[in-house]
Design a protein around this ligand. Structure first.
Ligand SMILES: *Cc1c(COP(=O)(O)O)cnc(C)c1O
Length: 361
């Protein structure tokens, strides 16, 4: 077996320890005589997996009894619709900070439901940055402010979240959830597709204030109604059970690493390795994002000589550095270095970048 360094944006690298545990348990989970893949979602062992995963996520984020954790299907993209369908009532305005292609998609879905306002957009500048808190002014009658915490495609990230006062703050944290400590109590609702930072594709983690999701329209499709999901412990229907099981393991892995503070230290050190090479070689590499907005999760950059980019991606692949080609809408390169990417992977990429420059300058 030779595992390479996988810089894919998602589905993305998972901790080897988690994969090994899952492998060990694949045929038989804890003397039950069957695999999790075959087990009822209403069984005792699965109930425990579901409960522990919820509790561990809340513990890592420092959240109390007033929050619930839900596991839903449909990807983060279905949340783009679920959020306005649940919370954008007639007469209210949903505010969106448009900082990347995913926030643009979220806005598009909200427009189908009700009135919206764009309170910030970096679209003209190709989404090269996120706003400072003071740049955002909310409209009157604001239903909520929606932000995208980390812009996976463009490589920008919020490090200071807007202050919304009484207005609910809702965030898509698909690509930076549990990558560093945040003041989670600031958020009314957080959602995250698991396949970037905390698990496989197929499950979305929703973290919400219980009082916020109570009492919403009974006309909502049950599968999009957060209250239905909450009242049924995410077991209204068959949940993506195996994906939840893996999320549970990843969350325990994060705890074993020392929690979110330890993740942040690691993630900062990893990102620095690559950004330092970009910054020290402006004649050869160029960063995509504004320095203040640079993501710790997705490092986006190009080569000053764009003709060399194809060669860079190909030779990196041959050197065991996979998935570095940037998103088609941005071009260039993107190194996704989520929680599970080891420090050595970033070191290998930084070294490769220096060697590639030497050979091609
Ligand atoms: C990947 C991603 C999405 C889309 O997730 P799906 O699970 O594919 O629907 C949405 N938002 C962000 C920030 C993402 O990184």
């Amino acid at each position: 077996m030779s595992r390479i360094f996988n810089f894919s944006a998602g589905p993305a690298v998972l901790p080897v320890e988690v994969l090994e545990e899952a492998q060990k348990e694949l045929l038989e989970y804890q003397a039950t005589g069957m695999s999790i893949l075959e087990m009822s979602h209403r069984s005792k062992p699965f109930e425990q997996i579901n409960n522990e995963a919820q509790a561990d996520i809340k513990e890592l984020l420092g959240l109390g009894e007033d929050y619930c954790v839900l596991f839903m299907g449909g990807g983060a993209s279905l949340q783009f619709s679920a959020v306005p369908m649940n919370f954008l009532e007639p007469g209210k305005i949903a505010a969106y900070a448009v900082t990347g292609s995913f926030s643009d998609k979220a806005l598009k879905e909200a427009k189908k439901v009700g009135e919206t306002a764009i309170v910030f957009s970096s679209k003209e500048a190709k989404y090269n940055r996120v706003p400072k808190p003071e740049e955002i002014t909310l409209p009157a009658n604001c239903a909520y402010l929606h932000i995208t915490g980390n812009n996976t495609i463009e490589g920008t990230e919020f490090f200071e979240y807007p202050n919304t006062g009484e207005v609910p703050l809702i965030a898509d944290l698909s690509s930076d959830i549990l990558s560093r400590p945040i003041d989670a109590n600031k958020f009314t609702l957080i959602y995250a597709g698991a396949q970037k930072n905390i698990g496989p594709a197929g499950v979305v983690v929703v973290i919400a204030r219980k009082d916020f999701i109570k009492g919403r329209s009974k006309d909502l499709p049950e599968m999009l109604n957060y209250e239905t999901m909450m009242d049924n412990e995410s077991l209204y229907n068959t949940p993506p059970a195996y994906a939840i099981y893996i999320v549970g393991k990843v969350v325990k892995w994060i705890k074993a690493q020392g929690g979110l503070k330890a993740m942040e230290e690691r993630n900062r050190a990893k990102a620095k390795l690559i950004y330092d090479v970009i910054d020290a070689n402006p004649d050869f590499y160029k960063g995509y994002a504004d320095v203040d907005s640079r993501s710790l999760m997705n490092v986006t950059f190009g080569l000053v000589n764009e003709d060399l980019e194809k060669k860079f991606a190909e030779e990196a692949e041959q050197a065991g550095l996979s998935g570095l080609k940037g998103h088609r809408s941005v071009g260039g390169m993107r190194a996704s270095i989520y929680n599970a990417m080891p420090f050595e992977g970033c070191q290998a990429l930084a070294n490769f970048m220096l060697e590639f420059k030497e050979k091609n300058k």
